[in-house]
Design a protein around this ligand. Sequence first.
Ligand code: FE2
Ligand code: FE2
Length: 140
Amino acid sequence: MSIEKIVKALNQDLALEIAAALQYLHHHWTGEGYDSPAVLELFEKIARDEMKHMEMLAERINYLGGDPTLAPAEIKKGGDLHKMMKDDLDGENMAIKQYKVHIKLFDELGDPTSRLMMEKILSDEERHADIWETTLGIKK
Ligand SMILES: [Fe+2]
Ligand SMILES: [Fe+2]
């Protein structure tokens, strides 16, 4: 059934969002460094975006008759501020890759609502990735 495929993919996305929210929050709580205030604030701000994504996904899954997962994907914690930002950038890039695949899938399965929702979330993740690329001085 295509609904099952949609719910499965949305739950994979929700697991990434739960992990992202928790990872950003943990980085916000534990990050230290001479230039940390601005970065620590960013961790908290982005955690709030990820929590909004969690909510959008959970509500969509529930609407489709599925059970929103509570299990996060892999969470990376610890290290200095540079490692934290690098881990967060990796997480954003992983989400961007997965969401692009799922946007195509939802289109194929005839679910424009899930597709549009993931396009909105994808644009947030691209903005987050851009913040870390800029902060880390990484060129595309
Ligand atoms: Fe997100
Ligand atoms: Fe993000």
